[in-house]
Ligand binder design. Structure first.
Ligand SMILES: N[C@@H](CCC(=O)N[C@@H](CS)C(=O)NCC(=O)O)C(=O)O
Length: 218
């Protein structure tokens, strides 16, 4: 059985949602990142970056959330969460997933860990502010695309990148302007994705309450 190492609401959420969506047998092993368990010697043997998630699938040990998502979708081609190899739609799915993981996610990481981006602790607040502005512009770019060609990133049906986007939109709930409050097409995608039974199950397992992409009571 596969083992997903992760923590609630973190970068392990996208692989977790996909494991549920695809109906694959797995076990979720919590790594308490607030307590620093990601830096334990035992965990570093699996993921030398000291980050979650990590997936153990037989002999394979995979880190990087997007790679894990692709691997899971590849295991179930009949799910259609990745279009056929060589098609334009497959290329678009790669584009979106890599945009999310390589462009939007780094801005969010700078927002959550600003102290890692300067040797001077006094810079942290400015880095955080800029990271929020950058991320909001990127969410806006996604919103414009979804408004034109949605409701999902590839149009009529969800692909692996929509699960990833849901996860990253959730992270924006901490912003002064959470993306779902100003970006209607993004908010629609969040509604559609979070209505999926598999997504609900993973939210329940991680103790994620509604509203999923806003702070409680917002
Ligand atoms: N590029 C990695 C980033 C993973 C990442 O930053 N995970 C965060 C949680 S969202 C983490 O493990 N944080 C603990 C830490 O940085 O010490 C991925 O996408 O898997």
């Amino acid at each position: 059985m596969m083992r997903l190492y992760g923590n609630y609401g973190t970068a392990s959420l996208a692989p977790h949602m996909l494991l549920e969506e695809l109906g694959l047998a797995y076990e979720f092993r919590r790594v308490d990142t607030e307590q620093g368990e990601q830096r334990s010697a035992e965990y570093l043997k699996l993921n030398p970056n000291g980050r979650v998630p990590t997936l153990v699938d037989g002999e394979a040990v995979l880190y990087e959330a997007a790679a894990i998502c692709l691997h899971l979708a590849d295991k179930c081609p009949e799910s259609g969460l990745l279009p056929a190899v060589g098609t334009t739609a497959r290329g678009q799915a790669y584009k979106w997933l890599i945009f999310l993981t390589n462009t939007l996610q780094p801005a969010l990481i700078a927002y959550f860990y600003p102290e890692r981006f300067s040797t001077d602790p006094a810079h942290a607040s400015a880095i955080k502010t800029q990271a929020e502005l950058t991320a909001l512009n990127l969410y806006r770019q996604v919103d414009a695309d979804l408004a034109q060609a949605g409701p999902y990133l590839l149009g009529e049906a969800p692909c692996v990148a929509d699960f990833y986007l849901l996860m990253l939109v959730r992270w924006g709930r901490w912003f002064a302007t959470p993306p779902v409050t100003v970006l209607p097409a993004v908010a629609r995608l969040v509604t559609l994705m979070s209505e999926r039974p598999a997504v609900r199950r993973s939210f329940e397992q991680e103790g994620i309450p509604a509203p999923y992409c806003l702070l409680p009571g917002a």
